[in-house]
Design a protein around this ligand. Structure first.
Ligand code: NDP
Ligand code: 2IT
Length: 450
């Protein structure tokens, strides 16, 4: 590796010794931008460009006390990692999940900078959330938690400062409770302070669908560049949340058949094709478990997750779409997928493949649609929501979807062009990192030492 890259990587490892996910994300980027850094090494080193890029501008952590339905006081930890305001207000989702820690927040914030740069829209990078576990909580408990969370977070955000949205465990319900509290504290209707709002009070049509739809648009473009298509393909999708559901909807519309979906407990396999209306009913309405699918389709199979590897990756398919969480595709799983003849992997989740898994896919000729590019449709549509809020005007569903489609096509083109220019044609993982990095490096040089 280039000496400057190696130095930065070593220093980052020493400074963040216990943050494995964050180090993984940094390593993944630094190991792919070598040709660009080689060409500018002296200049970048002098202005500590990479050192500044890997250091968050600001990290806020705070106490979130709330009272549960039994009158017991609970305490969680809240986070907001404001990683970069280089190309726009800090922008990125909030995750409520018991696994949330500083390492996960920083990896997500770091990747968000690159993803947001790829959208071509004016948004910086951030991530936040809490180790709060929404599972099994009553609606009132969720509201109390969200209100307490926002009572601290509000002082760090604003429609021109930092604009959170949803992520794992945070959907329209949570955004609604947080928006209500923000508005009450600020005594102002700043519509653009949060995105992913319900359409009844300033949300954008097609934001809910955007990440999953965007992923499929990216997959379509990537396959087309290799003379392949989605038509008639068998697909497996991990997760059954926001991203997974709308990826399933769009890929089915494009003629593929989804035979498996999952949640953190296990996966279902339905050889006739998943009934997405039932999944929506179970997950969006009842907030139930994927296993409940078998209450209606008794012939479908349920495979419980027992070890580290998710059983869904053992199901034979042409296309695998990991849409649940980080590191859900291990090297082991990658080997099984390749053995079963997978053609392409599309990352709907953030960093769902380990570095070893990604490299294994690339070495075996599997097309990989990297998260930073392939799932950028969600945040891109968030930016479209912000612009509608500023204009005090709405686009129709079709208008937003057409913009989303154009953005995803352009993202694919940027990744493909960067990969071709730096002699790694077809490696969209490197292409995405290089295209985003070049944009960010240019903006950093322009803005001086900040
Ligand atoms: P949701 O909360 O709607 O759904 C998450 C899904 O993933 C659920 O099925 C959940 O199962 C499963 N899951 C979560 N954590 C784990 C885990 N540790 N192990 C196994 N399964 C897990 O979240 P989203 O659909 O919004 O997010 C999914 C992924 O997509 C995340 O990586 C997120 O960062 C990424 N993403 C989301 C965007 C968005 O707009 N929402 C935009 C871009 C990326 P269970 O119910 O059992 O927990
Ligand atoms: O990871 C992501 O890009 C998101 N969770 C969406 C962020 C956003 O601001 O819409």
């Amino acid at each position: 590796m280039n000496a400057y890259l190696e130095k930065v990587l070593n220093e980052t490892e020493l400074k963040n010794i216990n943050e494995s996910e964050y180090l993984q994300a940094v390593k993944e980027v630094l190991s792919t931008i070598e040709p660009v850094v080689d060409a500018h090494q002296e200049e970048y080193e002098k202005i500590a460009l990479l050192e500044r890029m890997v250091e968050p501008e600001r990290i806020v952590t705070f106490r979130v006390p709330w009272i549960d339905d039994n009158g017991q006081v609970q305490v969680n930890r809240g986070y907001r990692v404001q990683f970069s305001s280089l190309i726009g207000p800090y922008k990125g989702g909030l995750r409520f999940h018991p696994s949330v820690n500083q390492s996960i927040m920083k990896f997500l914030g770091f990747e968000q900078i690159f993803k947001n740069a790829l959208t071509g829209l004016p948004i910086g990078g951030a991530k936040g959330g809490s180790d709060f576990d929404p599972k099994g909580k009553s609606d009132v408990e969720i509201m109390h938690f969200c209100q307490s969370f926002m009572t601290e977070l509000y002082r760090h955000i604003g429609q021109d400062v930092d604009v959170p949205a949803g992520d794992i465990g945070v959907g329209a319900r949570e955004i609604g409770y947080m928006f209500g509290q923000y508005k009450r504290i600020r005594n102002a209707y700043e519509g653009g302070v949060l995105t992913g709002k319900d359409i009844s009070y300033g949300g954008s049509l097609a934001r809910k669908e955007a990440t999953g739809y965007g992923l499929i648009y990216f997959m379509r473009e990537m396959l087309a560049a290799h003379n392949k298509s989605l038509e008639g393909k068998t697909v497996i999708i991990s997760g059954s949340g926001n991203v997974a559901i709308y990826a399933c909807e769009k890929v089915t519309e494009m003629g593929a058949k989804v035979v498996a979906m999952s949640d953190s407990n296990g996966c279902i396999y339905d050889k006739n094709g998943i009934d997405l209306d039932l999944i929506k009913q179970i997950k969006e309405v009842e907030r139930g478990r994927i296993k409940d699918y078998l209450n209606t389709y008794i012939d479908a199979k349920y495979i419980e997750k027992t070890g580290v590897d998710s059983p869904i990756w053992e199901i034979k398919a042409d296309i695998a779409l990991p849409c649940a969480t980080q590191n859900e595709v291990t090297l082991n799983s990658a080997k099984v997928l390749v053995e079963n003849g997978v053609l392409a992997v599309g990352e709907g989740a953030n960093m769902p493949c380990t570095i070893e898994a990604t490299n294994y896919f690339l070495e075996h000729g599997v097309l990989v649609a990297p998260a930073k590019a392939a799932n950028a449709g969600g945040v891109a549509t968030s930016a479209i929501e912000m612009s509608q809020n500023s204009m005090r005007f709405y686009y129709t569903f079709e208008e937003v979807e057409a913009k989303l489609e154009r953005i995803m096509v352009n993202i694919f083109k940027s990744c493909a062009a960067a990969a071709a220019k730096y002699r790694c044609s077809g490696n969209y993982v490197a292409g995405a990192n290089i295209a985003a990095f070049q944009k960010l490096a240019k903006a950093m040089r322009a803005q001086g030492i900040v």
